[in-house]
Design a protein around this ligand. Structure first.
Ligand code: AMP
Length: 115
């Protein structure tokens, strides 16, 4: 079964794609939680961080480097931003295709919801 993100990567459903290369695709989150909210996604379908394999080292590194590039492009590098990957139920993961959230453009508050 193809994930919704695979369909975006393949161009089968629309998204605001801001970057694409042979390893990753980045597009704006449909329900942004901050002025900049971009998802950076491996082109290869990997369900969760738990499923990353040694052979995925290059794509895992690319996620971070593209986040850095897009933060600069969005003009949020200097003020700062947050990078986040949710994993499984306790992490609050909703789409089972690994994605790195790039969030910024306002102070983001504490890292976790207070209990
Ligand atoms: P997570 O909870 O980490 O799995 O995050 C999934 C994210 O994907 C949420 O922030 C959603 O708003 C976002 N999302 C779901 N469907 C789409 C879509 N079609 N285009 C862009 N972002 C989406």
């Amino acid at each position: 079964m193809s994930t919704i993100f695979s369909k975006i990567i393949a161009g089968e459903i629309p998204a605001d794609i801001v970057y694409q290369d042979e390893l990753v695709t980045a597009f704006r989150d449909i329900n942004p939680q901050a002025p900049t909210h971009i998802l950076i996604v491996p082109n290869k379908e990997i369900a969760t961080v738990n499923d990353l394999a040694a052979e995925d080292e290059q794509v895992a590194g690319r996620l971070l480097l593209v986040a850095k590039k897009l933060a600069a492009q969005e003009g949020i590098a200097e003020d700062g931003y947050r990078l986040m990957i949710n994993c499984n139920q306790h992490g609050g993961q909703e789409v089972f295709h690994v994605h790195l959230h790039l969030l910024g453009g306002r102070p983001l508050g504490p890292m976790l919801m207070r209990r």
